[in-house]
Design a binder for this molecule. Structure first.
Ligand SMILES: [Zn+2]
Length: 517
């Protein structure tokens, strides 16, 4: 992080909370997922008060913000982050303060973080630790709960968590011997999710196959970051995606597949959706913005910073996934932000098995998505809003509090100047990691203002955030994806069990009598 950025964060963390005045945004193009219109916007008390034609709104006391020539859009929602997390024996450099400050500087105003399990598998205790860590928050947030084992206590804990406003549980199909769950667990857990109205999330890679590949590669002397790449080819992602889709179909539960990185996995999801199954595909800024070429760099620091799971793929996969996101085969784009320092990455110097997996993105996502979707001509600003904000709000039951600009919604709003150019760099980013996978990427289109809870928290060059201002967002179960599922049960059941799920009557007494003769 640059010195200037450090200073801004430092000052901001001690700044007294200023009374927010009402804001009057004038003459911008308000973009929602369904349309864009030239409009003015009034914000007060943390909420959008009114949206109206230019010049139609009266608010003499409000602070006027000239939005002409800019897009006014809902703040981004990142559905997949790891802040203040312990993973592969390392603590992520970003906590809820630095990670969220970085997010706000990049136009993301809300995120869902992964609650990783505590040692010993105490789920509720693990969740309590994250709630404590999130007290440093500067923007709104919620959580997904990672489940790694199964027993009556886990089932009970899931119920308690749903009552507390958590409606999504994550399952790893990879990381054998650590986080990986069995098919049996998936079968149990998906049925439990269905009962609770919760959404199961899967990290879809075949951990058993990867484990064997890793051993084979290490034995063959391939120990660098390219070994990580080679041990997780696209087919292990595709196979696990298919398996998760199948288990979800069996339980008739909606499914959310995190970090879709490859064409095959995307096609599995698209096919299931075409057949009427409720599967949501999340891809990442790294998947649509980068290919794997630099992982083959002879410079260790360069190569190591791209190590993540599933891996960043070839250019062919990048283009396919990007087009799928624009066209609707995939539903939204997140980050899996789990940025490490170059020193932490260097722990994998002798073996890629010891290298912390993960990359940055919480600050870069909106810009990378804009560059890749809008400047490429693949999508409209409305589709951009859909995949960076609205779809996330709908899936995770935050809509219309989040994900839309309309009267009554939370005033999480960004101003994007489509003509401003900038270059992404670790020297100017706000995340605590000293490396950036998008280093040197030139972007046309810049978030020049971020408004969170009705306050200007990013003015295009500095942050004005307040520690503790972020709020936990409870999310009720049985959201949009559950509507009509019971009716689907009947149709699906008729297709899946054409002879009916009823026992066949047989005269066993007669059979016994015959055998006794
Ligand atoms: Zn993740």
């Amino acid at each position: 992080m640059g010195v200037a950025a450090v200073l801004v964060l430092f000052l901001a963390s001690f700044a007294a909370s200023a009374e927010a005045s009402a804001l009057h945004l004038k003459g911008g193009v308000v973009v929602n997922a369904d349309q864009e219109t030239l409009a003015d916007l009034l914000i007060d008390n943390g909420k959008v008060l009114e949206v109206g034609p230019p010049g139609s709104l009266m608010a003499p006391d409000a602070e006027v913000i000239d939005a002409s020539g800019k897009y006014i859009m809902p703040g981004g929602i990142d559905t997949h982050t790891h802040l203040d997390s312990l993973f592969m024996g390392q603590n992520t450099p970003d906590d809820f303060f630095s990670g969220q400050a970085a997010a706000l500087a990049g136009g993301t105003t809300c995120h869902l973080d992964m609650v990783m399990p505590q040692k010993g598998g105490d789920i509720l205790g693990g969740y309590a630790r994250y709630r404590e860590a999130a007290k440093r928050s500067v923007m709104d947030y919620s959580f997904h709960i990672v489940i790694t084992h199964w027993n009556d206590q886990v089932e009970e804990a899931m119920g308690k968590l749903v009552e507390q406003g958590l409606q999504s549980f994550k399952f790893f199909m990879a990381y054998k011997g650590k986080l990986q769950v069995s098919d049996e667990l998936l079968a149990h857990a998906f049925r439990r999710c269905r009962q609770l109205g919760a959404i199961p999330l899967v990290h879809a890679e075949n951990g058993d196959a990867i484990d064997k590949e890793q051993q084979r590669l290490i034995k063959a002397g391939i120990t660098g970051p390219e070994g990580h790449q080679l041990s997780r080819p696209p087919i292990v992602e595709e196979e696990a995606t298919f398996r998760a889709v199948m288990f979800a179909n069996l339980a008739n539960v909606p499914l959310f597949v995190v970090h879709v990185m490859s064409r095959g996995a995307m096609e599995v999801i698209a096919k299931a959706r075409t057949a009427g199954q409720r599967v949501i595909g999340e891809t990442l800024a790294s998947a649509i913005g980068l290919n794997q070429s630099l992982i083959w760099s002879s410079d260790f620091t360069t190569a190591s910073k791209f190590v993540m799971s599933p891996p960043i793929r070839t250019e062919e996969h990048r283009l396919a996934v990007r087009a799928g996101l624009a066209g609707g085969a995939l539903q939204l784009v997140a980050t899996d932000h789990c940025g490490w320092t170059s020193a932490q990455k260097a722990l994998g110097r002798e073996s890629f098995l010891k290298m912390p997996n993960g990359v940055n993105g919480i600050e870069e996502r909106m810009h990378v998505a804009w560059q890749q979707l809008i400047n490429s001509g693949l999508a409209s600003p409305s589709r951009f809003v859909e995949v960076t904000s609205t779809a996330a709000a709908k899936v995770f039951n935050l809509y219309p509090q989040k994900g839309v600009i309309q009267a009554g919604a939370d005033a999480d709003v960004i101003l994007l100047d489509p003509n401003a150019e900038h270059t992404i760099s670790a020297s100017s980013h706000h995340s605590k990691g000293d490396i950036n996978i998008f280093e040197g990427n030139k972007i046309r289109g810049k978030v020049v203002m971020t408004i969170s809870q009705g306050k200007v928290v990013w003015d295009g060059s500095s942050l004005h955030v307040q520690r503790g201002a972020g709020r936990f967002l409870p999310r009720p179960a049985f959201g949009d994806l559950y509507k009509g599922l019971d009716e689907r049960d009947a149709i699906r059941s008729a297709e899946m069990y054409p002879y009916g799920p009823v026992p066949v009557k047989r005269d066993l007494a007669a059979l016994h009598a015959k055998q006794e003769l």
